[in-house]
Each structure stands twice: as structure tokens, then as C-alpha cells.
Design a protein around this ligand. Structure first.
Ligand code: ADP
Ligand code: MG
Length: 247
């Protein structure tokens, strides 16, 4: 579903990704973890082309993008919009429109991105709010919802667009501790339903439950990856230090 090859990305003089390879198969749940600044968000943002690759390629469900591994003159093989429609993204900050109700926050992109008419968009939005357990809050504005509820609205909004893969960038990091569980529960259900997911998280307990492949990044490279076994027996000293520090 996602194939990344030789991905490099710099911001000015700072090389943030130094050659990343990553495969995410259909229905697979991949966890990215590692210290702040290691390039995790940049990997996610490369998958939906918020950051175009300097070098290497990103392929999502057969749509490829980027200059290629050889670094030849930039040939953009896929249209970014075609790729972006296949990818749903949930951010640390929920990015809801404060002046729209929960229902309208979900319905708006159904109209603007999917081109749905108002009435079916509302119906579909309600269906997805029900899925995240928030149908009864449909008429509430973001300011009237808890952080956990807002994040569930953001998840419903991304899901309603019917993505092939869902990206989560530290979806619980901005939440009070008592609200983390309800968001992880929704994500867990989604994983159980077979959604293809790439999740950046420091919740290593959750990672252990859903992560088919767990990828430790540091300083722009994949240091080590593996099954949940990785959390018990990390081989690399940097992975060991990080896991010990997060626990
Ligand atoms: P992580 O998500 O692992 O914390 P990021 O991918 O956000 O790491 O960032 C990796 C590095 O790239 C950091 O040093 C960050 O400051 C830098 N960076 C990220 N985005 C930009 C940008 N748009 N402009 C300049 N520097 C950036
Ligand atoms: Mg980040």
C-alpha cells in the first residue's frame, strides 16, 4: 500500500531524512517511534506529500511520486492530489474548524473533496460520528468538546473520506492523560477492522498491541525495526536507551 525508497529530505542545510525505506502492506499497522526531531513527522508528511521528497520515491496504492532513487531530474509520476485522496491524516492538534459543529467539521470535506451534496454528506458525517461514539455530540462546537472528543471528530473526518491508509501523528500527545484511552480505543477498533495504518506514538503499550511492524528512528534513519519483540529485546543501544527512557 505504501512503498518508500531512498527517501531523503533536507530543510536548508539540515538533512532530516537520510535515506528511508519503508513498506506498509495492506491491512498492516506500522508504528514509528523515536526521539523528538528524528524525522517521524517528516516521514508521515512525505507519505501524503505535504513534503515533496528531495530524493527517492513514495508510492501509495500504485501512485508514485518523487524524483526517484537515482535522483534524476525531478520526474513527478503521480499527481499529488490523486495520492493525497488515498491518505487520511490525524494530527497531534486536532485542526477542527472552531466555528463549525462536529457534524459540519466532518461534512465539509465530504462536500469540498468528495463533491457530495449537502444532504448525503450530512448523513455520511453522522454515520462516522456514530462510529467514533459521538453521534449525540453532532451539534456541539469544538470548544464544547473535550480534547479526546475533538480528536475522535478529527478521526471521523479523515475516515469518512474513505482513505486507503490512515496516518496518525502523535494523536494523543496533546491530551490530558485521562482522555488518551478513548482515542486509543477508537484507533484499536480501526486496526481490528483491518485499516492500513501508520502511527507515530510514544504509547509503546499501544504500539505493542497493534504494531505489526515497529520502526525505531533516530537522526533521520531507521535504526531498527521488527515485531513487538523489538520492545522486549532491542538490539541497538539507541533503541534500548529510548525504550528505557519512555517506560
Ligand atoms: P519528529 O516528528 O521525529 O519530532 P520532525 O520530522 O518533525 O521530527 O522534524 C525533524 C527535524 O526537521 C527537526 O529538527 C525539525 O526542526 C526539522 N523540521 C521539520 N519540518 C521543518 C520545516 N518545515 N522547516 C525547517 N525545519 C523543519
Ligand atoms: Mg513529530
Amino acid at each position: 500500500m505504501v512503498k518508500i525508497r531512498g527517501l531523503r529530505k533536507s530543510f536548508g542545510p539540515l538533512e532530516v531524512l537520510k535515506g528511508i525505506d519503508l513498506d506498509v502492506h495492506q491491512g498492516e499497522h506500522v508504528v514509528l517511534f523515536g526521539p523528538s526531531g528524528s524525522g517521524k513527522s517528516t516521514v508521515l508528511r512525505s507519505i501524503n506529500l505535504l513534503e515533496p521528497p528531495d530524493h527517492g520515491s513514495v508510492c501509495v496504492d500504485g501512485v508514485e511520486y518523487g524524483p526517484g532513487v537515482a535522483g534524476a531530474a525531478s520526474v513527478k509520476r503521480g499527481r499529488p492530489m490523486a495520492l493525497r485522496r488515498k491518505v487520511g491524516m490525524v494530527f497531534q492538534q486536532f485542526n477542527l474548524f472552531p466555528h463549525l459543529t462536529a457534524l459540519d467539521n466532518v461534512a465539509l470535506p465530504l462536500r469540498s473533496v468528495k463533491g457530495m451534496r449537502s444532504e448525503p454528506a450530512m448523513q455520511r458525517a453522522a454515520e462516522y460520528l456514530r462510529r467514533v461514539g459521538l453521534l449525540e455530540r453532532a451539534g456541539h462546537y469544538p470548544g464544547q468538546l473535550s480534547g479526546g472528543q475533538q480528536q475522535r471528530v478529527a478521526i471521523a473526518r479523515a475516515l469518512s473520506l474513505d482513505p486507503k491508509v490512515m496516518l496518525f501523528d502523535e494523536p494523543t500527545s496533546a491530551l490530558d492523560p485521562e482522555l488518551v484511552g478513548e482515542v486509543l480505543r477508537v484507533m484499536h477498533e480501526l486496526a481490528d477492522e483491518g485499516m492500513t495504518m501508520v502511527v507515530v506514538t510514544h504509547e509503546l503499550g499501544f504500539a505493542r498491541e497493534i504494531g505489526d511492524l515497529n520502526v525505531f528512528m533516530d537522526q533521520g534513519v531507521v535504526v531498527e525495526q521488527g515485531s513487538s519483540e523489538l520492545f522486549d529485546n532491542p538490539r541497538n543501544a539507541r533503541t534500548q536507551d529510548f525504550i528505557r527512557a519512555v517506560r
